[in-house]
Design a binder for this molecule. Structure first.
Ligand SMILES: Cc1ncc(COP(=O)(O)O)c(C=O)c1O
Length: 392
């Protein structure tokens, strides 16, 4: 991975220090080029026409599904969605529930991995919440205690979008297998940053966002072990046979992508996966690990700065939440933007229950890193935070 070469593909980085990739990532030139190429050269719908442009669009869109599946170590089973939220909702809708089934999830989840399960209450589905320790870490034993015979599904994130800490996904997968429960992993903060293999994770569903991994906005994916869910939408493009008495859906992803899909988005996501593979996921993880170690150590050294989550950078992805005593998270984010052109997120990060657990009603400042960030940028952030800590 050549950081200088990579940065040339993100022209926006000439003007700002972008540290909000956990929310959405920047998009490199080759991904933009793939989208323009589609619009300029072979714009047509997919799965419908027999003419040349439509066949070409269909081939490239279909191949993008293969690329995304390969990226997570799967052979098939990938359906394109708008984002992680849609992927999780598709599972919540699509499982054939029975009254009395229970979903186990955690208090550290993004709202997108909480609300879809809370809503199932109306259908007689129970919800059990596993609580983290004081610092936001999870003991696999608390999952042992929560997962019972009535547990239909465990839904948990691989890495926290607030603390950056990894949850014990593999241990939970083992417990699920022993107890016959399904496992949904929210990979929104893991798939873009660390090599991912669904076989190794041992899950049944993996949900993630294309727009957080260099893909276009409005892209995401759902991987399912078997095409066993009821589709969220039915309609055109998804039908194999139809008479007025009933219908048969197409096999594969097409049965789950009714309506004209975001062809350009899907093609762009395929190009994003090519880009990440070329940079090397191992290298990306190492690069982010180095930056995270320095950022963590640097923030811990600044008087008046509190850092949340594990202080062991090996247990983290490149997300760090912190606060500066006497300055609200929103104010810190404003000051970083106005004074130093540094873009970070502030607030509850769509994780109100975790914020309550940590006793942080105003939330945190969150810096999140990606392959295009540099050691110099980390030093600039540390210097800027130190300045802010002095005005408090
Ligand atoms: C862990 C996690 N899950 C789910 C989501 C929701 O992702 P999206 O907004 O792409 O649906 C996010 C977004 O930040 C996230 O970090």
């Amino acid at each position: 991975m050549n950081p200088d070469e990579i940065r040339r593909d993100f022209p926006l980085l000439k003007d700002v220090i972008y540290m909000d990739s956990a929310s959405t990532s920047l998009t490199p030139e080759p991904v933009l080029a793939s989208i323009l190429e589609y619009y300029r050269g072979y714009r047509a719908n997919v799965g419908r026409g027999v003419y040349r442009l439509s066949r070409l669009a269909d081939d490239i869109y279909r191949n993008a599904h293969r690329k995304v599946a390969g990226f997570i170590g799967a052979e098939g089973g990938v359906v394109f969605t708008r984002n992680t939220t849609e992927a999780i909702n598709a599972v919540a809708y699509g499982i054939k529930w029975r009254r009395g089934d229970v979903v186990v999830t955690t208090a550290a989840e993004h709202h997108s991995n909480l609300l879809p399960w809370m809503r199932l209450k109306d259908r007689g589905i129970g919800l059990k919440i596993v609580e983290p320790d004081r610092d936001g870490s999870f003991d696999p034993a608390s999952f042992e205690a929560a997962i019972g015979d009535d547990t239909k599904l465990v839904a948990m994130t691989v890495a926290s979008n607030v603390l950056g800490t990894a949850l014990p996904a593999r241990e939970v997968s083992q417990i699920c297998r022993e107890r016959g429960a399904l496992l949904l992993l929210d990979g929104a903060q893991a798939v873009p940053h660390v090599p991912t293999d669904v076989g190794d994770l041992g899950c049944d569903y993996l949900c993630f966002s294309g727009h957080k991994m260099l893909g276009p906005s409005g892209t995401g994916a759902l991987w399912m072990r078997e095409y066993d869910l009821l589709p969220l939408l039915v309609g055109g493009g998804a039908v194999e046979e139809l008479d007025l008495e009933g219908y048969t859906l197409k096999g594969g992803y097409e049965g789950y992508e009714a309506g004209s899909p975001d062809v350009a988005g899907g093609i762009g996501l395929g190009a994003a996966v090519d880009y990440l593979r070329h940079a090397g996921m191992e290298e990306i993880a190492l690069h982010e690990g180095r930056l995270t170690r320095r950022l963590l150590a640097g923030l811990l050294d600044i008087e008046g700065v509190d850092v949340y989550g594990s202080v062991d950078s090996r247990e983290r992805v490149g997300i760090i939440s912190f606060n500066v005593a006497g300055v609200s998270p929103t104010e810190v984010a404003h000051l970083l933007d106005e004074g130093s052109d540094i873009m970070v997120r502030s607030g509850h990060h769509c994780c109100i229950p975790l914020m309550r657990h940590l006793g942080l009603p105003a939330g945190t400042v969150r810096a999140s890193l990606y392959l295009y960030n540099t050691a110099e940028e980390v030093e600039e952030l540390l210097a800027a935070v130190e300045e802010i800590s002095k005005i408090a």
